[in-house]
Unconditional design. Structure first.
Length: 402
């Protein structure tokens, strides 16, 4: 699909104007910083309405096939629209799991019936999706999933629980990994992968209150919940392969996501401005040469991450370690964001103890809240420690530790 620079420039101008004109104002209540903090009906309805508006305006799902509700255009158009959303700091897309994990998976591995049933409703936020991977007793050991899926005729009966289910209180569907056969040679066999409805008898998502006082996660209990075998994606008993494909989308190793920002963007330049106003020994913190050194380091790293995103799309620049940049993206971005938020907090001195409910909190307490919330990203989708192992073993070819 060929496109001209003129077409892209025209679209960029159009997108910039639309988001500038349609960016929502202050809703009068605290908005979440990412899809993992959506914990009230007020927040959810506001964000769902915003996603629907962006989709109907033609700035979401631009590169997804037109026959399923997408725009049918070149990926470059979606990249421009997504970059504009970040630049103008508009609200994020609340249906992140649908747009970035479930949707690409269904387009890649789903049946025609599944594509017709789910894709457009993911884009329009008519159907909200959550993920059922982690379990209370298994932590990051995804291959040891124990939630049972027992076949009964043309149905499966589900029993067990999943935890850290983002958007579990609002989701219509869950991408679910469950054990359908326990008599196997390895723990990776006998797992099946389902596109499971959530709002049926026997499924109960219970909200979890976080350190920040916010909600967003649930523990989801399954008690003899019945789903049809048409919910299977991939082959019965071959769910591990489907789960691994999902993780390539979740960790941005594979492309094909619908676009849109998934959290409120944070820029190093904002911390530079904070340093201009924060006081250190009675003077602006930015006058401290050590502070300036650290700020420059954050700015350089931020630019490096931006350029790496571009470099990852150019085959000729990825010959030495193919896939290395893409596989490290989740690790590097989440860790950088966490360190930047923490640095912003330390700049505030005694004011660092003030939180979002304190009228005197600097920037409304966003940096303190951002630091606490950043752990969701360094843990979810595979902890940073696991990500380092993956890069070391699968990209650099290092031996497993003893």
């Amino acid at each position: 699909m060929s496109i001209s620079a003129g077409e892209l420039n025209e679209f960029e101008v159009e997108a910039a104007a639309w988001f500038a004109e349609n960016k929502p104002g202050d809703p009068g209540f605290l908005l979440p910083q990412s899809f993992m903090e959506v914990g009230t009906d007020q927040q959810f309805e506001f964000l769902r309405d915003w996603q629907r508006k962006v989709y109907e305006a033609g700035y979401l799902g631009l590169a997804w096939p037109a026959e399923y509700g997408g725009g049918g255009k070149h990926q470059a158009f979606q990249d421009i629209a997504t970059a504009e959303m970040a630049r103008q700091k508009v609200p994020f897309m609340t249906n992140t799991i649908g747009l970035s994990w479930a949707g690409p998976l269904i387009l890649n591995m789903g049946t025609e019936a599944q594509k017709q049933a789910y894709i457009k409703r993911i884009l329009s936020a008519e159907d909200i999706w959550c993920q059922g991977f982690s379990e209370p007793d298994n932590g990051s050991d995804l291959g040891n999933a124990q939630l049972r899926a027992v076949r009964d005729g043309d149905e499966f009966v589900l029993n067990g629980s999943k935890i850290w289910t983002s958007l579990g209180s609002y989701a219509d569907y869950m991408i679910l990994l469950a054990r359908s056969n326990s008599e196997t040679n390895t723990k990776y066999e006998g797992l099946s992968y389902f596109l499971s409805p959530m709002k049926i008898p026997g499924i109960d998502p219970v909200p979890i209150r976080k350190l920040t006082g916010e909600y967003g996660f649930t523990q989801t209990f399954f008690d003899n919940a019945r789903i049809p075998d048409s919910c299977l994606i991939g082959e019965e008993g071959k769910g591990w392969q489907v789960a691994m494909k999902t993780l390539t989308f979740e960790r941005a190793v594979s492309g094909g996501q619908a676009g849109g920002v998934h959290s409120m963007p944070v820029f190093a330049g904002e911390v530079v401005e904070l340093a201009r106003h924060a006081q250190r020994d009675g003077r602006p913190a930015i006058e401290d040469p050590l502070i300036r050194d650290q700020l420059v380091a954050f700015l350089i790293e931020e630019r490096g991450l931006e350029l790496n995103n571009q470099r990852a799309q150019i085959p000729g620049l990825n010959t030495e370690w193919p896939g290395a940049i893409a596989m490290a993206r989740k690790l590097t971005n989440s860790e950088w964001r966490q360190r930047l938020n923490l640095f912003a907090v330390t700049l505030q001195g005694a004011n660092a103890s003030r939180y979002v409910d304190d009228a005197l909190a600097i920037d409304g307490g966003r940096w303190q809240r951002g630091y606490f919330n950043s752990f969701s990203s360094t843990i979810g989708g595979g902890t940073s420690q696991i990500q380092k192992n993956i890069v070391g073993e699968r990209v650099l070819g290092l031996p497993k530790s003893a």
